[in-house]
Ligand binder design. Sequence first.
Ligand SMILES: [Zn+2]
Ligand SMILES: [Zn+2]
Length: 155
Amino acid sequence: MPRTKSTAKRKQPTKVAGARTKKVTAKGGCLCGAVHYVVRGPMRGVVNCHCGQCRKWHGNVATYTSVKTADVEIAGKENVKWFRSSDSARRGFCRKCGSSLFWQWVGGETLGIAAGGLDRPTGLKTIRHIYTAKMHRGDYYRIADGLERLPGTMR
Ligand SMILES: [Zn+2]
Ligand SMILES: [Zn+2]
């Protein structure tokens, strides 16, 4: 009997071999818990987006990391609703609690993940601000952290 047990244990890792065995770099989810995600791969530093669309959608400045879409596993996918915010991008949120979770170029291979949805510790740092031109950013705050500022987008 003990022999059978140990054989079963040794075989277990083989069953889950493949992409799923990559080290987890981050976990996160929405406020109500209907959507959870796990990231297994490198994550870009956080970029704060000051554009009008992000401010409307998040209720404030947006803070996004970026990962390869293939490195993200989403549980509760059926609870993610996508809003096509422009010709080139879409935004994903939890349809139960409304948490803003994702931003994605249409047809792109990366996924922007709202940094506020990540579980701590994130291991991330904010690296730059985008859409900081007066015509884009909000007028109720100052950007005073000395980080790189781009008047428009990154691409
Ligand atoms: Zn939720
Ligand atoms: Zn934005």
